[in-house]
Design a binder for this molecule. Structure first.
Ligand SMILES: NC(=O)c1ccc[n+]([C@@H]2O[C@H](COP(=O)([O-])OP(=O)(O)OC[C@H]3O[C@@H](n4cnc5c(N)ncnc54)[C@H](O)[C@@H]3O)[C@@H](O)[C@H]2O)c1
Length: 278
């Protein structure tokens, strides 16, 4: 075990009622986070996930709660961050996993601009609003240090991880709205990491390709061709397990990643290194 992947602070996971966000919250609890706040627009799934996290938490003082919000509503994002700081004293790790891909496929010439606005509103504007509120809270708190075999180093005031995508690096035919929104997530990550590095705030992104979320299972059931596509395009021949992404998120939050900032880390089994589509 790499001891510096252990955590002990306060975590907020936006979009933790399902899929990658839910698993990220579980991984953070497992790695030792003292508090995990499950934020989502779906109150029921957030509550169920929050309760389930108690099974995995390793911190003896573990506490968890939920916050119902919508990334399309700037005030609800601010209220969420204010709630975390008021209730738990600080915000050490923030993961932004709320995002959508509504499955609409169209070449650029035929993009429905209302659909574009909808996707950008959640995936891009929502991401920026979350990062803005989280950074603003983190910059006010005291920095932390980490002591390892070679002494003590500054690990800053907080770490943020955005859910971008392999589509932050490459396109897929017909997936313009989603691809553009995920390129923007990479831009948000770079700018926030750059602007706030001197204040001890790290901002990174994980960029997965297909991940085995309940949503993907449903899609494959509806359209078995997707499974064939994954086998044909992904060099490892399978989708990623959620845990393979959530553990990467936890690593990026941890002291082990204290020099990684503004990075968009591909978790894609090398799919973006190949031009072989079928
Ligand atoms: N699943 C994949 O294959 C995959 C691949 C690459 C990137 N991603 C990205 O990872 C993130 C999570 O995807 P997932 O597959 O786990 O999705 P998911 O649908 O399983 O979970 C998304 C969660 O976000 C919440 N959410 C959606 N809109 C919201 C809003 N407006 N406000 C607050 N909460 C909201 C949902 O209620 C849900 O709990 C997304 O940003 C997605 O683009 C997913």
């Amino acid at each position: 075990m790499i001891t510096s992947t252990q955590l002990d602070g306060v975590a907020l996971v936006v979009g933790s009622g399902s899929g990658i966000g839910r698993e990220a919250a579980f991984s953070l609890a497992e790695a030792g986070a003292k508090t995990v706040v499950f934020a989502d627009k779906n109150e029921d799934t957030a509550k169920a996930s929050s309760e389930e996290s108690r099974k995995y938490a390793s911190n003896k003082d573990y506490q968890t709660t939920t916050f119902t919000m919508n990334v399309q509503d700037a005030q609800s994002i601010q209220d969420m961050v204010d709630f975390v700081v008021k209730e738990f004293g600080r915000l050490d790790y923030a993961v932004n996993a709320a995002g959508v891909d509504n499955g609409v496929h169209a070449p650029v010439a035929e993009i429905d601009i209302d659909n574009f606005d909808r996707i950008i509103n959640i995936n891009t504007r929502g991401n920026l609003l979350c990062v803005r509120a989280q950074v603003a809270a983190m910059r006010k708190q005291e920095p932390k240090t980490w002591t390892s075999r070679n002494g003590t180093r500054d690990i800053g005031r907080g770490a943020i991880v955005n859910l971008a995508s392999a589509n932050s690096f490459a396109g897929l035919p017909g997936k313009g709205c989603y691809t553009i929104s995920k390129h923007a997530s990479m831009g948000i990550t770079k700018m926030a990491g750059l602007d706030h590095a001197s204040e001890g705030i790290r901002v990174n992104a994980v960029c997965p390709t297909w991940v085995r979320t309940p949503l993907l299972d449903v899609e494959i059931k509806k359209n078995p061709e997707v499974q064939g596509m994954i086998s044909a395009i992904v060099p490892i021949k399978r989708a990623a397990e959620c845990e393979e992404v959530s553990d990467t998120i936890t690593f990026l939050c941890s002291p082990a990643a204290s020099y990684i900032n503004g990075a968009s880390l591909l978790v894609d089994a090398a799919i973006t290194t190949t031009v072989r589509l079928f």
